[in-house]
Design a protein around this ligand. Structure first.
Ligand SMILES: Cc1ncc(COP(=O)(O)O)c(C=O)c1O
Length: 362
């Protein structure tokens, strides 16, 4: 018998969240961002529910090949562009649109032999200081690209550093508008946080929602996914495989970090950090047992966690445990809450879902 743990990918949630992004975009075309294997959900699993997108944005060339292998003929955008000159051959062969964020990528294009000119997204570093040309270099890069026979369309792009936070988008937007002023071409600016919080200023021609499509609030805990009317798209669930009755003073797990203050019944769950559950989630991290909210106690170990059964006295081996996502009887444990308790973000938990967890669409 397999270990009683599985992950479910919710097709209806994906389709619903994509529709939310489209509505917020008010006519902008929508890239479904499916990098990192669709934020851990599996490109093949999200493809059908996200088929209503106008394009798929990702950054791994092998993932772009997978999207094409699924039969997608529409736009595919490489968010980091080419990593070496021969990547351009794949772009030509599969008609991939690609980001250009540094001079070497323009040199490679100039030397590339192709019958099919490429569509490129010229990236401005408007303040995040990750990828992109500085405002000073942006127009020179545009001029170089526009002179190349290998390029037939140039779109303009930037990425916000703090659309989910107090910094907002205004300063970066001003840098972008100055640098792009008068240049032709479509624009794409907004990630999920910009779309949810600053839609009127940032939607432009294309929006690039990622995390909101996967049902998580980019600005948690300020706002919840429910506040943004997003639905969970990934459930991680397991079962209790043991129960222990603790007396006052007993400890639980490695390092004896949890000490029972009084008699306590605890359950042992078939899920640990080797399944992708965050090891840094301390005692008190929320969890559902039979759809009832309770808390973890003690350290997360490789294959097990332990949970307080006080609010669910009827629970025993075989009881369903929801680590995040949808539980029984319409219960929900937002992945954002688990991430927050573990000092991380939902993105990391989704991406860290371990290959050993059997995963299926639901
Ligand atoms: C360039 C770019 N656009 C869009 C996104 C999607 O961001 P989010 O998942 O926060 O919506 C990302 C993700 O990091 C990105 O790097």
């Amino acid at each position: 018998m397999p270990r009683p743990i599985e992950a479910l990918i919710h097709r209806d949630g994906l389709a619903h969240n994509l529709a939310c992004a489209r509505e917020l975009g008010r006519g902008a075309r929508v890239w479904a961002v499916v990098k990192a294997n669709a934020y851990g959900h599996g490109i093949e699993r999200v493809f059908e529910p996200l088929r209503a997108a106008d394009g798929f944005a990702l950054l791994d060339l092998a993932e772009a090949e997978r999207v094409r292998a699924l039969g997608w003929r529409g736009p595919v955008l490489l968010l980091e562009g080419c990593f070496e000159p021969r990547d351009l051959e794949l772009c030509s062969r599969l008609n991939l649109w690609h980001t250009v964020h540094r001079d070497a990528q323009i040199d490679w294009l100039a030397a590339h032999k192709t019958e099919q000119p490429h569509r490129v997204f010229l990236k401005l570093n408007s303040g995040m200081n990750r990828l992109g040309f500085t405002a000073q270099a942006f127009r020179a890069a545009w001029a170089r690209l526009t002179a190349l026979p290998q390029v037939d369309e140039i779109s303009l792009m930037t990425h916000f550093a703090d659309a989910d936070g107090a910094g907002g988008v205004a300063a970066q937007l001003a840098v972008f508008e100055r640098a792009a002023d008068g240049l032709p071409g479509e624009r794409t600016l907004a990630n999920s946080a910009a779309l949810l919080r600053h839609a009127s200023a940032t939607t432009a021609d294309w929006v690039r929602p990622g995390i909101m499509v996967y049902g998580s609030a980019p600005d948690h805990p300020q706002h919840t996914a429910a506040h943004w009317q997003l639905q969970p798209t990934m459930t991680l669930r397991a079962q209790l495989i043991g129960v222990q009755q603790l007396a006052r003073g007993d400890t639980v797990g490695y390092g004896n970090t949890f000490v029972a203050e009084s008699a306590l019944r605890i359950g042992v769950v078939a899920c640990g950090y080797a399944d992708g559950y965050p090891r840094h989630a301390g005692s008190g991290t929320p969890v559902l047992v039979d759809g009832v909210r309770t808390r973890t106690v003690g350290r997360v170990s490789m294959d097990m966690i332990t949970v307080d059964l006080t609010p669910v006295p009827q629970a025993g081996p075989g009881s369903e445990v929801t680590l995040w996502g949808r539980g029984p009887s319409d219960s929900v444990l937002p992945i954002d809450e688990v991430a927050h308790a573990a000092g991380t973000v939902s993105y990391e938990l989704m991406c860290a879902l371990a290959p050993r967890v059997p995963t299926r669409s639901a």
